[in-house]
Ligand binder design. Structure first.
Ligand code: AMP
Ligand code: ZN
Length: 115
């Protein structure tokens, strides 16, 4: 389920510190260490899934739980009404740097759409 070397698996196991925002049976959410906005939270499954390309049918409960967790995170951090963005970087062109599936939840300021 969890990977020995993966930094996000270490965060889930409590072997690496993080600023937790939300946790349930299937998900963990914590503040990004290098935020790009006033609110920048990472929501991850409690299973080592490398990225969206590696999601299997049996992972359905994690993906559903992540969407519920995102709602909790934006309510907790107070950005639900003004709005926010959810991003999942994937592989090289997506500039994925940590290969444990994660959803960036970004808000707290007006975002622009430039890549
Ligand atoms: P990505 O580049 O999309 O793979 O996203 C990885 C994100 O993880 C980056 O935004 C990093 O700032 C963040 N990150 C890396 N290590 C940690 C950590 N130990 N705690 C919190 N966020 C981290
Ligand atoms: Zn992992």
């Amino acid at each position: 389920m969890l990977d020995e070397q993966c930094i996000f698996c270490k965060i889930i196991r409590g072997e690496m510190p993080s600023k937790k925002v939300y946790e349930d049976e299937h998900t963990f959410a914590f503040h990004d260490i290098n935020p790009i906005a006033p609110v920048h939270v990472l929501v991850i499954p409690k299973k080592h899934i490398p990225n969206v390309l590696a999601v299997e049918p049996e992972d359905e409960r994690y993906i559903t739980a992540i969407h519920r967790a995102i709602k909790k995170v934006v309510e907790t951090t107070g950005i639900a009404e003004d709005g926010f963005r959810v991003i999942t970087n994937t592989n090289r062109h997506g500039q994925q740097t940590v290969f444990h599936l994660h959803y960036h939840v970004i808000g707290g300021r007006q975002l622009t759409w430039t890549m």
